[in-house]
Design a binder for this molecule. Structure first.
Ligand code: ZN
Length: 505
């Protein structure tokens, strides 16, 4: 890390020093979180939950310190005198916003939210394994109570859900999400009905040893920009990506040994998150600006690499010979066109993370609606599984056989992450907006992809989006990258073109 440039401003130096210290403590928490999901023996969960809660409380206490407020007050005029785009102006501006928000949450509540989240995730994992919603329900009730306490810390908004959404998508309103989702639903329901007759590909059920899948995943990820110098790649139960700075990125995935799709696409997805974190300008290292801008922008990048690149015909013209060569028995008779179709089938299914591009949106709309109803009290946790099952069948046309494949499938609610789900689908929408802007500036990339060359795309994304980190709000960031606000139309046009006729062009 390069030494901080002398600012000739003692208050800014003091603010930086404090924020760096808080960041460093946060690194310990993130590393414990990664370890909890990748390495920790299961019986370590209880003590780990306490350790992480303590660290999160320390971070929170130090950040909301009066002294930081005094420094921010003292720097207000200086910050406004700097160019809006400068790192220092952005640091002062974003720190002020984060500080005012964090100040509203008492440390005891922040610590309790952290503790209940760790323990709740553990309870959820056991409940899911045993298909036992009843044992999980008290944790869900506790999380909802905590969410109400949390919302009460803030000024009244049009919709209490706005407060929760703001943690993942700062500045976004529930009403805006609803408008985007209503537009999507209009188009997705008939698209699913028209395309939903695809069958499972013939290779499903054939042997795909996971070690071979892992090597292939690493090859694709490396072509996208993964580097062992600055990243690790591990297996876990639920794929995720986390970072301890721009040069310590932890990508995780999982492999099924009778289908290669989940592992390969989860790997391409998670490395998309990793490339975003890795591409943040090193001038922002150890500051609160050193991460992706928001959940939706982050997800736009995992989806861009997974879907716009990883499910394209030009990508598979390069990569399929390698995959076919690695699994000659399972894929021997299959052409690249057939394989490309097979990884793009539209097929309503039970599990969100395995859903195709077309049906995925309905999985999210279902969750977005249910979590708002839980929060408003219109739906009780006792009635949640029945509500889930009824609406799932209505939206996706298939019955839910048990809670393991239904309401218990996702970790988010156990971790208190209400307001997170919609950002996944907003990410899908933004991915196509960003992709179209990249193609408009770079020209078609098919020839690059067919050679296994993704550097022009990766570099464009790094310069235009990743490097910005968290300097700007999500709205400002999107405006800078694509020249306008979130717009579902490019995404819908993309789905119609790719899947509308039931045949992949
Ligand atoms: Zn993701």
């Amino acid at each position: 890390v390069a030494p901080d440039p002398a600012s000739n401003h003692p208050e800014l130096d003091e603010l930086r020093a404090r924020l760096e210290e808080i960041h460093d403590i946060g690194v310990a928490s993130r590393l414990l979180g990664w370890d909890q999901l990748v390495k920790m023996p299961p019986a370590g969960a209880e003590v780990r939950a306490e350790a992480m809660a303590t660290i999160d409380r320390l971070v929170h206490e130090r950040f909301i310190d009066d002294e930081i407020g005094i420094l921010l007050d003292g720097l207000a005029t200086y910050g406004e005198s700097l160019a809006y785009d400068s790192d220092d102006a952005s640091l002062i501006r974003v720190a002020r916003r984060d500080w005012e928000k964090a100040r509203r949450v008492p440390p005891a509540l922040a610590g309790e939210m952290s503790r209940v989240s760790s323990a709740g995730m553990h309870a959820w994992a056991a409940a899911r394994e045993h298909d036992d919603y009843t044992s999980f329900r008290p944790w869900l009730d506790r999380q909802l109570d905590l969410k109400h306490e949390y919302i009460a810390c803030f000024d009244t908004t049009d919709d209490p859900y706005d407060v929760l959404l703001d943690d993942f998508e700062p500045g976004m309103q529930t009403s805006e999400v609803r408008a985007v989702f209503e537009r999507l639903r209009e188009e997705l329901v008939p698209l699913i009905a028209a395309a939903g007759t695809d069958r499972e590909p013939a290779f499903v059920g054939r042997p795909f040893p996971w070690e071979v899948q892992q090597a292939l995943s690493l090859e694709a990820m490396s072509a996208f920009g993964y580097t062992a110098e600055a990243m690790r790649f591990d297996t876990t139960v639920h794929p995720f990506c986390t970072g301890m700075g721009t040069h310590d990125i932890r990508v995780t995935t999982r492999f099924h040994d009778t289908d290669l799709r989940d592992g390969l696409f989860a790997s391409m997805h998670e490395v998309g998150h990793g490339l975003y974190e890795h591409g943040v300008s090193t001038s922002l290292e150890r500051t609160l600006l050193c991460e992706g801008c928001s959940s939706a922008l982050h997800e736009s990048q995992s989806r861009l690499w997974e879907n716009l690149v990883g499910r394209s015909l030009s990508f598979w013209r390069w990569f399929y010979p390698r995959v076919q060569g690695a699994f000659p028995e399972a894929l021997g008779g299959m052409s690249v066109d057939e394989f490309h179709r097979a990884v793009n089938t539209v097929h309503p299914s039970l599990i969100r993370v395995e859903a195709d591009e077309v049906t995925y949106g309905m999985h999210i709309i279902l969750r977005f609606e249910l979590e708002q109803e839980l929060l408003s009290g219109n739906l009780s946790t006792a009635d949640l599984p029945a509500a889930w099952n009824a609406r799932f069948e209505e939206y996706l046309g298939i019955p839910v056989p048990d809670d393991r494949l239904g309401v218990l499938q996702d970790v988010h609610w156990s971790a208190g992450s209400f307001g997170y789900f919609p950002t996944y689908q907003l990410g899908n929408v933004i991915a196509v907006q960003v992709w179209e802007r990249a193609i408009a500036e770079l020209g078609p990339l098919d020839d690059d992809f067919e050679r296994g060359d993704f550097t022009r795309l990766g570099e464009w994304l790094r310069v235009n989006l990743y490097a910005l980190g968290r300097k700007y709000t999500p709205q400002e960031t999107l405006e800078r990258v694509v020249g306008g606000p979130i717009d579902p139309e490019p995404y819908l046009a993309y789905l119609h073109e790719k899947h509308g006729s039931g045949v992949i062009a």
